[in-house]
Write a protein that binds this ligand. Structure first.
Ligand code: CTP
Length: 477
C-alpha cells in the first residue's frame, strides 16, 4: 500500500527524499505523522528515521530548504530539527536499537536497522513507516500489522507489553490517552500489561505524566481516559485524591452518589460545551473535598457541608503536587470550585435581586464559565429530575441576565475608592477605610443605594458619621 501526500507535504518530503538519495541513506517517515495521515487527522510534526547519520541528512535538507531559523543540530543526541515555514516540525534521527535497565528509564542506545527502530516504539499504530526511496516512495513498511490495528481500532504493543511498558512506563499513559483521543480499544494482553506495570509509573517525571493527563482531559470524552486510569491502578498512583471519591458508603440503607463517576459525568457534560482545559480541571476538582466533609446526619442522610471551601483550599496543593502552573489558571480553578454551589442555590423560590447581584459580583468575568460548570453538575439517573433542574437553571440564567443588564455588576468598580475615603476624612490607610469600603459594597449589592457616585458619596458620609469621623474635605464632590 502507498500513501498519498498533499502538494504542500511534498514540498518538504521531496527534499528529504532527494537528500537521502544523494547520501545513499535508507530513510523513512515514521510514527505519529503516518498514523495521523492514515486516520485523516491533521498533523504538522513529521519524524524521519534514516539508517545512518541523521545530522548529515538534516544538514543537506536544510541546504535546499534554507529554513528560518536555521536547522538545529543536537550532536550529543544525534538528532536534528527543522521548523519549515513556521508550521512544519521536521525531526531527524538515526535508526536505533534500545535496551533498558530495570531501575532507569534511560536506555542504552546503539545504531540499528529500521526494524529495530520500529520494534522499540510504543504501539503498532505508532510503528508504521513510509519509505522515501525513489523506487518505493510512499510505500508502507508495516512489520507488526499496524495498519490492520488502525482499521480495527486496536491499541497493541509491538513487543510483549510488559517489556514495552517496563522500558518506558509513560507509554501506559500514552496508550490510555490514545484510547481516549481516538476511541480505540486496548487489546487484552496490552491492557493486562498496563495493569501489571502500573507501579512503574513512579519512575516517570510528574511533568510528563501531567502532560498526558492534560491531553486526556482535552479529549472529546475525557471520562474514558480517567476511568481507564482508575481501573488500571494508575490513577491511585498519580492522583489518589480523585480515587478517594470512588468510595460510596451506606448507613441505615442510605447511600450517597459515587462521586468519582459523578465527577466524570460532570466533566463529559462540560466538555460538550467547552475546550477550556482549566474549566475542565474545575470540573475534575469541584467535589474533591467530599470525602473529607462527608457526615451522616440522622433524619437528613449524607451531607457534605463546606466541601466547596475545603475543596478550594485543596486546589493549590493539588496543582503543586501535579506540577500544574501556580498562576491565574490555578486561581480560576480555585474560584470556580469555591463558587460551584452558588448558582444552583438560586433555583429556589423567592430569590432576591441582591443574591443575584452578589453572585454576579463574586464571579465577575468568570460568571459564564461558572454557569457552564454548574449546568454540567446537574446529573441524576432520573431524567425528569434532570430536566426540571435544567429548566429551573434557565430561569436563573434569565434572572442573572436581567439584573446584569440593569446594574452592570460583573465588572463593577466601586465609584468611591479608598483614596477618596481617606481624603474626605483626612485618614491614612486604616481599619475605618476598609469598613466604609465594605459597607458601601454591601449597600450597593443589597440595593440599599443605586450604583452612582452621588449616592455612594452620601452613603460614605453617613457611614463616616456613624464611626465618629468628620469630613475634612469635600472629596472632589
Ligand atoms: N514514542 C514511543 N514511546 C514514547 C513516546 C514516543 O515509542 N514514550 C514513539 C512513537 O512511535 C511515536 C513517536 O515516538 O509515534 C513520536 O512521538 P511523539 O511525537 O511524542 O508522539 P506522537 O505519536 O507523534 O503523538 P502525539 O503528538 O499526539 O503525542
Amino acid at each position: 500500500m502507498a500513501i498519498q501526500f498533499s502538494s504542500e507535504e511534498r514540498s518538504w518530503l521531496d527534499q528529504v527524499a532527494l537528500a537521502a538519495k544523494e547520501l545513499g541513506l535508507e530513510t523513512y517517515l515514521v510514527g505519529g505523522f503516518v498514523r495521523d495521515k492514515l486516520l485523516d487527522r491533521s498533523t504538522k510534526d513529521a519524524d524521519f528515521v534514516c539508517v545512518g547519520d541523521a545530522l548529515a541528512l538534516a544538514q543537506l535538507v536544510a541546504n535546499s530548504l534554507k529554513p528560518r531559523p536555521p536547522v538545529s543540530l543536537f550532536k550529543t543526541f544525534g538528532t536534528a530539527h527543522i521548523l519549515w515555514k513556521g508550521e512544519w516540525d521536521l525531526e531527524f534521527v538515526g535508526a536505533r536499537r534500545e535496551s533498558y535497565q530495570s531501575d532507569s528509564r534511560k536506555p542504552t542506545v546503539t545504531p540499528g536497522t529500521i526494524e529495530d527502530d520500529q520494534l522499540r516504539r510504543d504501539l503498532t499504530i505508532n510503528a508504521l513507516a513510509v519509505s522515501l526511496a525513489s523506487d518505493r516512495f510512499g510505500e508502507l513498511v508495516d512489520p507488526f500489522n499496524g495498519l490492520k490495528d488502525l482499521k480495527d481500532k486496536i491499541l497493541r504493543t509491538p513487543l510483549p507489553p510488559e517489556q514495552t511498558f517496563s522500558d518506558d512506563p509513560l507509554r501506559m499513559m500514552r496508550t490510555i490517552r490514545f484510547a481516549t483521543q481516538l476511541g480505540f480499544k486496548i487489546e487484552e494482553g496490552t491492557w493486562k500489561g498496563i495493569c501489571a506495570q502500573a507501579d512503574r509509573i513512579r519512575i516517570i517525571s510528574q511533568e510528563r505524566i501531567t502532560e498526558e493527563l492534560n491531553k486526556i482531559l482535552l479529549a472529546d470524552t475525557p471520562s474514558v481516559g480517567l476511568d481507564l486510569l482508575y481501573r488500571s491502578g494508575l490513577l491511585e498512583r498519580i492522583f489518589p485524591q480523585l480515587v478517594s471519591l470512588r468510595v460510596a458508603e451506606y448507613i441505615d440503607g442510605h447511600g450517597h452518589k459515587d462521586n468519582f463517576y459523578h465527577t466524570l459525568q460532570v466533566l463529559d457534560n462540560l466538555s460538550r460545551n467547552t475546550n477550556d482545559l482549566w474549566l475542565r480541571w474545575a470540573a475534575v476538582l469541584h467535589d474533591i473535598a467530599k470525602p473529607q466533609t462527608k457526615r451522616f446526619e440522622q433524619g437528613h442522610g449524607w451531607t457534605f457541608h463546606g466541601h466547596e471551601v475545603v475543596g478550594g483550599r485543596m486546589v493549590p496543593k493539588i496543582f503543586t503536587q501535579l506540577k500544574l502552573p501556580l498562576n491565574e489558571h490555578m486561581r480560576f480553578v480555585r474560584k470556580l470550585v469555591e463558587l460551584h454551589l452558588r448558582p444552583i442555590s438560586l433555583t429556589k423560590e423567592n430569590i432576591t435581586d441582591s443574591a443575584i447581584r452578589r453572585l454576579l459580583f463574586d464571579a465577575g468575568d468568570d460568571f459564564d464559565s461558572l454557569m457552564l460548570l454548574c449546568e454540567a453538575d446537574i446529573t441524576s439517573k432520573n431524567k425528569q429530575k434532570v430536566n426540571r433542574y435544567l429548566s429551573n437553571f434557565q430561569l436563573v440564567r434569565e434572572r442573572c441576565r436581567e439584573v446584569e443588564e440593569k446594574d452592570q455588576i460583573r465588572n463593577w468598580q466601586p465609584p468611591i475608592t479608598g483614596e477618596i475615603i481617606m481624603q474626605t476624612f483626612g485618614l491614612s490607610p486604616s481599619k475605618p477605610v476598609g469598613i466604609i469600603k465594605d459597607s458601601l459594597k454591601d449597600a450597593m449589592l443589597d440595593g440599599v443605594i443605586p450604583n452612582t457616585y452621588e449616592a455612594a458619596f452620601e452613603f460614605m458620609l453617613e457611614k463616616g458619621k456613624e464611626l465618629g469621623l468628620t469630613p475634612v474635605s469635600s472629596g472632589g464632590k
